[in-house]
Design a protein around this ligand. Structure first.
Ligand SMILES: CCCCCCCCCCCCC/C=C/[C@@H](O)[C@H](COP(=O)(O)O)NC(=O)CCCCC
Ligand SMILES: Nc1ncnc2c1ncn2[C@@H]1O[C@H](COP(=O)(O)OP(=O)(O)O)[C@@H](O)[C@H]1O
Ligand SMILES: [Ca+2]
Length: 486
């Protein structure tokens, strides 16, 4: 139930004294607004009108429903909303005002809305200014980049408030108490799609209203013990890094920039040399090769998972680091499935949202034809990892060192060399026929480009929470009411 509303009278005139109960019933019904499930994980606000001949009984029902809704502590009452007016097709403000705000009003949620004026406005406001105590949650209207701003602000603020050093790679970070809602209005909307099952603003608004809660793992990314960024979806080097760098120069194209740059980078077919080290995850449920996607039922066992993640048998110290050296077309760490409209199953369909791990996918140098086979599997039901040049590991930490990376003392020399290389790389990238491979790619970190290539990544189990519930696999009543299904 979203809310109960007393129906307005049709012509504005009350005729209680005309003796006709029928007329009164027609005019004084109570509208119950509720969530109705539609196809492809979409939710809609539906309405049913109840009538009753006894006004007292009717009022009793209305006040009982209202009391129950008001006393439900998981439902947010006050929300802080940030809108990126330039994300995606620049429709964020319109989407919020026309599709979301009326639902919040209907559900009795008060909002404080900030339309961002520059990049990192939301992040800095959350870090330093926002009076977080006043709110039950934060909502971002935009794409993955906007969500990234929100988590950077919120995680930072939480650590400072809890006296934790947010820069240290070894600190156990404090989980954020405020939940985050995502109203999708970006170009990829992967985080929304992979946690809700669709990138539909009304569906997301309804998940916020009913007070859903989905914990989410967060990766911290460091370079030489220096904090760079957090990531919740894709950390991609090689193909996805190159697509992002190329597409940033084509923002004017809108979301189509990714298709253009994707095709270009596929044809360019650059590979990169380097060393990947990782700490395999032990004591976890499932593997990246599981046929099933992350299921709602997993949300129910997240506390159990958490005890495995954080429990007495400390998994980080139980495993041995492993190292792989090679030439890679792509190195992807998927902390969630990374499903999105372009890839409905995502890069790692069986990745869990909140198990304290990330799926490290290594795509070794192979022919263009084979790489195309791999990419096409992002869009089909075939096992993405059943290819000789692709391997996947479920890990808690990993490091990457590009082949040409040197020690700190060589950094100045390296910087000089790098700038020369980058000029040549650019030339080569623009002239694929040249055949000369660039030394470096860059990391695509939830859609933002990282400034360093040598990185150290650590997964923080359930550091944040979303107003979501994971992807519901079955129609919700099927397994409860049908004894045959059980
Ligand atoms: C020949 C068919 C090839 C089809 C390949 C399709 C694969 C698409 C997988 C996309 C995974 C996306 C992971 C999410 C990344 C986003 O965080 C990032 C930024 O999003 P936003 O802020 O909303 O703009 N998006 C991308 O990096 C775009 C990748 C697109 C690659 C084609
Ligand atoms: N008012 C603003 N002006 C310019 N950039 C902004 C503004 N607000 C947010 N941004 C930045 O825009 C970038 C893209 O935002 P996002 O909402 O992810 O859209 P898209 O999905 O199209 O990339 C993010 O890096 C974010 O920091
Ligand atoms: Ca995970």
């Amino acid at each position: 139930i979203i809310s109960v509303r007393e129906e307005e009278e049709e012509n504005g005139s009350r005729q209680r004294d005309d003796g006709s109960w029928k007329k009164i019933r027609e005019r004084e019904g109570k509208d119950l607004l509720y969530v109705e499930r539609c196809q492809q994980h979409r939710w809609r606000c539906a309405e049913v009108t109840f009538t009753c001949s006894d006004e007292a009984v009717c009022q009793h029902w209305v006040s009982s429903i209202r009391e129950q809704l008001a006393s439900n502590t998981s439902r947010p009452k006050h929300l802080l909303v940030y809108i990126n007016p330039y994300g995606g097709k620049r429709q964020g403000k319109r989407i919020y005002e026309q599709k979301v705000a009326p639902l919040f009003t209907q559900a009795g949620i008060s909002t404080s809305v900030i339309v961002t004026e520059y990049a990192n406005h939301a992040r800095d406001h959350l870090k330093m200014e926002a009076e977080l105590k006043k709110f039950d949650g934060v909502v971002c209207v935009g794409g993955d980049g906007m969500f990234s701003e929100i988590i950077h602000g919120l995680i930072w603020r939480t650590q400072i408030d809890c006296g934790v050093d947010p820069n240290s790679p070894e600190e156990a970070l404090s989980p954020c108490s405020l939940r985050i809602g995502i109203i999708p209005a970006g170009s990829t909307d992967c985080i929304c799609f992979a946690t809700v099952g669709t990138n539909d603003p009304v569906t997301s608004a309804l998940h916020i209203i009913v007070g859903d809660s989905q914990p989410l793992d967060v990766c911290s990314v460091h370079h030489n013990n220096m904090f760079l960024r957090y990531s919740v979806s894709l950390l991609g080097y090689g193909f996805y890094g190159d697509v992002l760098s190329d597409s940033e120069r084509k923002r004017w194209m809108g979301p189509a920039r990714y298709d253009f740059s994707g095709l270009k980078m596929f044809l360019t077919h650059h590979y990169y040399e380097g060393t990947v080290s990782y700490l395999p995850a032990r004591g976890i449920i499932g593997t990246p090769r599981d046929a099933t996607r992350v299921k709602t039922v997993l949300a129910a066992v997240t506390s159990k998972v958490k005890s495995v993640c954080l429990g007495f048998f400390h998994p980080e110290s139980s495993g041995e680091w492993r190292t792989i050296r090679g030439k890679f077309l792509a190195i992807n760490a998927a902390s969630m499935s990374c499903a999105c409209p372009r890839s409905p199953k995502g890069l790692s369909p069986a990745a869990h949202l909140a198990d304290g791990t990330t799926d490290l996918i290594l795509v070794r140098k192979c022919s263009r034809f084979n790489f195309l086979r791999h990419l096409l599997r992002h869009t089909s039901k075939d096992d993405q990892f059943d290819l000789t040049f692709v391997e996947v590991h479920r890990v808690r930490r990993f490091r990457f060192m590009p082949r040409h990376c040197q020690s700190d003392s060589d950094l100045e020399l390296d910087l000089h060399e790098n700038s020369k290389r980058q000029i040549f790389s650019q030339i080569c990238k623009d002239h694929p026929a040249c055949g000369c491979a660039p030394a470096y790619s860059s990391w695509n970190c939830d859609g933002e480009i990282l400034t360093h290539t040598a990185i150290d990544v650590r997964v923080h189990c359930q550091l944040i929470k979303l107003f979501a519930r994971g992807i519901e696999e079955l129609p919700v009543f099927e397994d409860l009411t049908n004894p045959c299904a059980i």
